[in-house]
Structure formats: C-alpha cells, structure tokens
Design a binder for this molecule. Sequence first.
Ligand code: BGC
Length: 539
Amino acid sequence: MNKDEWWSGAVIYQIYPRSIMDSNNDGIGDLQGIISKLDYFAELGIDAIWISPFFKSPMKDFGYDVSDHRKVDDMFGTLADFDLLVDRAHALGLKVIIDQVLSHTSDQHAWFQESRMDRTNPKADWYVWADPSADGTPPNNWLAIFGGSAWEWEPRRKQYYMHNFLTSQPDLNFHNPDVPKQMLAEVEFWLKRKVDGFRLDAINFCYHSTCLKNNPVKPEETRKGLGFSVDNPYAFQYHKYDNTQPENFKFLESIRALMNRYPGRLALGEVSSEESIKTMTDYTAGNNRLHMTYSFELLVDTFTVDYIRQTVEALESELDGGLPCWSIGNHDVVRVLSRWGGDNPPDHLAKMLAALLCSLRGSVCWYQGDELGLTEADILPEQIQDPYGITFWPTFKGRDGCRTPMPWTNGDKAGFTETTPWLPVPDEHHAKSVAFQADDPQSILNNFKLFLKWRKQHSALLYGTIDFEDVGENILAIVRCHENEKIFACFNLSPEIAQGNIPEKYSVSSLDGFGHSGAKLEGQHILLQSYGVFFGTIT
Ligand code: BGC
C-alpha cells in the first residue's frame, strides 16, 4: 500500500451540509456552519472531510440534482465561503473532498432546458433521448431507482428522456463526446479551487447501452437490495444495459489523466452495480483509473462475521492495484447503529463498530453523527422530505431518518439552529449531543477520538496487509502487518459473551490504550464481552 498518498489509511468524515450546522437560522445547514465546526472535525482525529453537494440546485434530491456545477447554492452560501472553508480546513490539517454528480443533472440545468426544446438545438444530444415504442410506451423496460419507468415523456420533442433516479434528474448522454469533455471541465473548475479530491456520485451510471434492449428479469430468490430495497421493482431486473457499460473505462481514464495534473488529489467513486466487487476492481485496476471506490456492500442489513469477512476477502483478493474504501453508514441508508443493533443498541456496539471499520485495510468513509452513536430517527409520514420515501411509503420510509440535524447541544434545537430545522431532531438524540458527551471520558464520542489517535500510532492499522483468521463463533479476527508491526484484532459481533482460541501459530500479547475494554486473553484463549474488542501485538 502506497503510504505516500494521503488517503492511504485515511478516515474521511462525510458532512451532509443541510444537517450539519445552520449559521443563518433558516433551518438548513450551510458552509459557514461547517466553518464554525472545523475545530470539532479536526479534534476528532479524522484526515479529511467530504462535503455532500452544496451546488446550485432546485433540491428535489437535496443537492444531488445539480443545476449549475460551478455555483454554490444560495442556501449554502457563496464561492467565497467555500474558498474560506478550504483554507481554514487546510490550516487545521484537514483535506477537503467534494461530491461531483456527473452522470445526471437537474432538469433545471440550462443544458437540459435547451436540450428538451427540440431535436436540433446545440444541446439536443446531450441527454439520453429515445423515440417511443410503436404503442407509445417507453422504449424499453428500464426502471428508475426512485420509482417508476426510467423514461419520461417530453411533448416538445415527442420523445422520452432517460433518468436513473428522479424524473427531475435526466441522465447525460456520455456517448456524445462533448458531454464527458464538459464534465471534465466542471471537475477541473474545483481542482483549481484547491479541493483535495472528489467523491464521484453514481459513477457507474454515466453510460447506458445504446442498443436500448430490455433488462433481463431477475429471479426472486437472487434479488438483493444494495442501495435500494428488495421490494423496489428496480430489484426485479438485472441492470445489464442501463449502467456499468464498458465505455465508462475511457471516461475514468480521462478523469485520472486530469487528476494526475493536480498531484495529491483523490478520485473516490461510488459504485452500485450488479457485481459491485468486480466493478470496484475494474474501476481501480492499473494505475490509470480511480484511486479508490466504495460500494453498498457494508451498507446493508447483514451483520455477521461470515458476511463481513467474505465481502472484505472477496474485494481484497480481486483488487488489482486499487485501494478499498469501506463505509458502514451514509446519507442513503438507515443509521448503522440501528441497522445492526436493533431498537436499543448499546453504546459499546457503537464503539466496537468504529474500531472494526477503522481496522480494515484502505480508507474509511465515516458518516457525521455516527461518532456520537446516533440512532435512526423515526420520521412521521407528514414530515417526510425524501421523494424516494414519499413514493415508497409505507414499506420504505426514505432516507430522512439518517439525515436529521447534528445534535451539538442538548438544548431545544440541539444547537443546530434557532428556528425550526428542516427535519426534526429526535428526542433521543439530545442525550447523545456533542456537549453532553464531551465531558464523559467513557462516552462514544471520546472513545472515537481516543481510538483514532491510538490508531495513528500503529502503522499496521494504517498501511498493513490484511488477513482473517478463525477464532470462534461471532468473532471477527483480523491480522494486519506492516514492516515490523503485527497486530491481531478481534471483534465480538454479538451482544453475548464470545470465546475462542487464537491460532497456535500466533503468539499474542494485549495492547492497551485504545479505549476499549471487555476482552481477556489467557494463553491462546480469548474471551470477549458483548460487542467487545481486542487488539494484540504478535510477537
Ligand atoms: C447519492 C444519493 C443520490 C443519488 C442520485 C447517490 O448514490 O448518494 O443520495 O440520491 O446518487 O444522485
């Protein structure tokens, strides 16, 4: 692993700007709000912040529908605010990553407004347009993740346009060479503003197959929901033709060629495909595509030793030069503590999850508030904001439950705003606020800080190779080695006591100082309390 790149072993903290801190009391977070909390992020011991979209947008998908890639939305502030944010973050030693939504735009984008007018305008071929079938229905069976057909009728052109997400998020036509060229120019605009990297949204959705064939039916027993629910009809198809097309490689290579002109900048792609592990491998293969990718493989409900081990091993055995990036929580899925811990998750589960995630090889995307042990908020039907949730309610409530405001204090509006916040702060989050946890040395928050600080002193955890071992039921056991340091780590994934034996070939002694308790090593025998953690050094 190339430890010269700043992202090797880095912890990237995801900021969802609407919900981080409101500086102007409109109930929505903003860039000045982020600036006011930079000290907090730096003190966590993270390496970088990734800020979800803050660009000009009608906010139908809360910023993932961009109407001008080069402007900051008024709601979030100005370009001057952004430049200040980058300077201040850099002064604190933090890297700044921003989202780039390249595969689609908002329908309010000037390009789409022009494209939709007729079939001959200069932007006519910038989006994916297709004639109707003979019976007037859409050209094929492709579906949108957020519900319904992936095709929407445009009366002016008497054609359908394609959208993988909302109808207000038309897909750009990357087969037109002007489109990838333009998108690279949008990316370069931000490279010149000194950002340290990009999280490339839905990067495998840039190209569709121009054959426009129907996607094949997926048998019920093989349907899985990675990034979408199995009840969503989107899961009923193999997405053979509507995403992850081979033409994308060339685009990824041109992104990398651009990034190479700005040393030290990271390209981190979000991948959600039929075979995400393969796509992650392909997208980071060689030294000329993306630096890293992450997928939804650990953003699922399954929380077992076998699943985590098999997933990590599968990627590790496939990767051809690229680095993994792992994520267990983000703005698209149920809060990890509730997803993996049920209704009343204990604090020590939150502590264990931080240690586990940050012990995997590669880098980590950490979602705001997970360091406080926030649980999923229960949003009443009339409070739902997410259009995805509005469409699929009541079987799927959408993504608002993980997007509620960050609780800074345990006061009325959680120190986030002085007005009504755009989503409510759930009562149970008050006792998890930053202020509430700050003075308690045992708190989830202080444990997180202590662990990240301790981890930085162990190069094996930052840059080491990774292997898994069998130790005992419910115990995930990892060996990390770098130069002279060898670490043996165990995580009890169950609420019960777990016991097992460290393989004879290892002579292990306990390491202290990482803030966890709940493990006892006697000879090769290890006992872990509920969700306990053990770190040892291999001598
Ligand atoms: C983002 C989502 C967004 C979608 C469409 C993603 O994968 O993480 O929040 O709705 O792309 O842009």
